[in-house]
Design a protein. Structure first.
Length: 331
């Protein structure tokens, strides 16, 4: 079964080099009359209406097609398909091993992905946070997603002709690294990216010293516990750092470029994130055995319900009107 998840992003536009001057996404003309529409969701609709047939030019290797979308007030949901082209690939039957199709350089296997875009409103009907933040929830299958392509098309289409602005589409970060490590059932792997692999005759970093290591490429030291064990000391270190109001970034060498940990929860689900950040990007892993599927993927109706729950987990339900309703898209 494919690995499916939902990843939330916050969407903002603000004056260039002045993040404190956030644009009201429902009153864009008040900030710049060059916007084609006054409301961000009207701009999004214009984008989606132009992306329902043609694939990317041959100079790009990843396609982006809006297969279907539906607008309901302050919310848009839909299906975008994406895939890679520019190379040949054999398509084989996994049971017989027989080739069923030879994908050509100008063909792309299109993966359908659900998306939900919401401009939150308060319970009294006003735009939340002065209309400065929209919530975008994107569906991922295995490692296939459309965040980069969607952001590019918004900038090239929705914001065409607008100047002196900055657009942000950043992952929602609500989970603390230390809490994630402390709550993990098992610490399965540490991966330390360094500018130089420490040699036997050099002073090793505190977190590497005395542990079995293996070199990957030229810039990574990977540590795994022997015999299927766990780095329990990492959880203890996280607990002590939490008590002292510190984070992992304060205890590694200056030579470290990144320091990631892979944790596992009951049931075998694993997650990898950087310990040099103080927060973890929020995401929702989906269990296809508990949700309705069709053609091997979770249905749009189930994805809408899961997206509703995720949005309501992120937004303050005492202030914001809950995201409700079922899917209007069918693919």
């Amino acid at each position: 079964m494919p690995s499916e998840k939902l990843v939330p992003y916050s969407f903002e536009i603000y004056e260039q080099r002045n993040p404190d001057n956030g644009y009201n996404l429902t009153q864009l003309h008040a900030h710049d009359t060059a916007f084609d529409e006054n409301h961000i969701l009207d701009l999004m609709e214009n984008l989606f209406s132009k992306q329902d047939s043609n694939l990317e030019p041959s100079s790009n290797d990843k396609t982006f097609v809006i297969e279907e979308y539906h607008r309901d007030g302050n919310l848009i949901e839909g299906i975008v398909s994406t895939g890679y082209h520019g190379y040949e690939a054999e398509i084989r039957d996994v049971e017989s091993g027989d080739m069923t199709h030879l994908k050509g350089e100008d063909e792309a296997e299109q993966m359908p992905l659900y998306f939900l875009i919401c401009l939150p409103h308060t319970r009294d009907g006003k735009p939340y946070d002065n209309g400065q933040t929209a919530l975008i929830i994107l569906h991922q299958v295995n490692r296939i997603g459309v965040k980069g392509k969607l952001k590019k098309h918004i900038e090239q289409t929705c914001l065409s002709g607008v100047s002196d602005y900055t657009m942000k589409m950043d992952p929602v970060t609500t989970e603390d690294v230390l809490e994630k490590v402390i709550g993990a059932d098992r610490i399965a792997k540490l991966d330390i990216n360094v500018r130089k692999i420490p040699g036997d005759d050099e002073k090793r970093m505190e977190l590497v010293k005395g542990l079995r290591t293996e070199e990957v490429g030229t810039r990574s030291v990977v540590l795994r516990p022997e015999h299927g064990g766990s780095f329990e000391w990492v959880k203890s270190k996280a607990a002590s750092l939490k008590d002292t109001n510190k984070h992992f970034g304060t205890i590694v060498s200056d030579d470290v470029e990144n320091f990631t940990v892979t944790i596992q929860k009951d049931g075998g689900r694993s997650e990898t994130f950087s310990l040099l950040n103080e927060e973890v990007a929020m995401r929702k892993d989906l269990d296809s055995e508990k949700l309705r599927t069709e053609a091997g993927l979770i249905t749009a109706r189930s994805l809408r319900n899961e997206s509703n729950d995720l949005a309501n987990d992120i937004l303050d339900q005492q202030i914001v009107e809950p995201v409700t309703g079922s899917a209007n898209v069918e693919k």
